[in-house]
Design a binder for this molecule. Structure first.
Ligand code: R5P
Length: 284
């Protein structure tokens, strides 16, 4: 077994190879004069674990090219972050189900797919091969322990992320809740924990994705006004688009932490061991 990864997943890919005690295949990348991508891999094995996050369109094409170059039905694909997964339905007539289009394109040429905290597990049924999802909730909980916070409140930004927050909180036996929006007037909306009080507490907002940071930046301002001692933001997928990191720090967030499913400067949690366990469970 060998591991091969796209450029944007090279740190997680090599960490995974190390966790599996298996070699990582080198890939040489270049472009044709018109900008089209070209790559050539080093020596492959009968079974290759292909690792690539769909962080942008170039990364998607690179992943498709690697799957094709590996060319063995024994190969398995790990998609640590699956971009386009949020468009998992046709919300309006005329829209594509983008998650399905991407899932089908990535299924050709692999025998199994592993995703990490995919935005909606319903998307797994769109793949043309068996697919399973693993969660980094426990890893995030373990990371929060290292912050040595006194009785932290683990907070989901909305009800949809409450189960995730519960799983994170279970790592330390902490209290958890979700933020609720209350409309105070035609123009004023307040966000506060649904049941618990944030006053004098360290609050850790946890979510699957931080994209623009808008949700958490707004929440953090309100939590500070409610007397929170400090607010941290931890997520699996740090998309951090449009200056999100700066926006969050400017909003008073003490620290922004994400995993390496998207490789960022604030990727302090690795998905490698969880993915390695999932691969070993299935066996060669
Ligand atoms: C949405 O359903 C996701 O779970 C995140 O809450 C969302 O993507 C965060 O977006 P943003 O960082 O742009 O507020």
């Amino acid at each position: 077994m060998k591991v091969i990864c796209t450029e944007k997943s090279q740190i997680l890919g090599t960490s995974l190879a190390r966790a599996l005690k298996t070699p990582v295949v080198e890939v040489k990348y270049s472009r044709f004069p018109d900008g089209e991508q070209y790559l050539i891999t080093g020596e492959l094995d009968d079974e290759t674990i292909i690792v690539g996050s769909v962080v942008d369109n170039d990364a998607l094409v690179q992943l498709l090219l690697i799957i094709d170059a590996c060319d063995s039905s024994e190969n398995r694909l790990v998609i640590p972050y699956m971009g386009y997964a949020r468009q998992d339905k046709r919300f309006r007539q005329g829209e594509p189900v983008s998650a399905r289009a991407i899932a089908l394109a990535l299924s050709r040429g692999v025998s199994e797919i592993i995703t990490v905290n995919i935005h909606e597990t319903e998307v797994l049924r769109y793949f043309g091969v068996p697919a399973r999802n693993i969660s980094l909730a426990h890893n995030i909980g373990s990371y929060i322990k290292t912050l040595h916070l006194d009785n932290p409140l683990i907070l989901a930004p909305d009800e949809g992320a409450l189960v995730f927050a519960r799983h994170v909180a279970s790592a330390g036996g902490w209290e958890f809740d979700n933020l609720e929006k209350n409309r105070l007037s035609g123009v004023e909306v307040q966000m506060a924990p649904k049941q618990l009080c944030a006053a004098s507490r360290s609050v850790v907002i946890v979510d699957d994705i931080i994209s623009t940071g808008g949700t958490i930046a707004t929440a953090s301002g309100m939590l500070y006004r409610q007397g929170a001692k400090d607010v941290f933001a931890v997520c699996v997928h740090g998309v951090l688009t449009g200056g999100a990191y700066v926006r969050l720090m400017a909003a008073g967030i003490r620290d922004v932490i994400c995993s390496d499913t998207i490789e960022q400067g604030c990727s302090k949690i690795s998905a490698a061991s969880q993915i390695a366990n999932a691969i070993k469970e299935q066996g060669p």
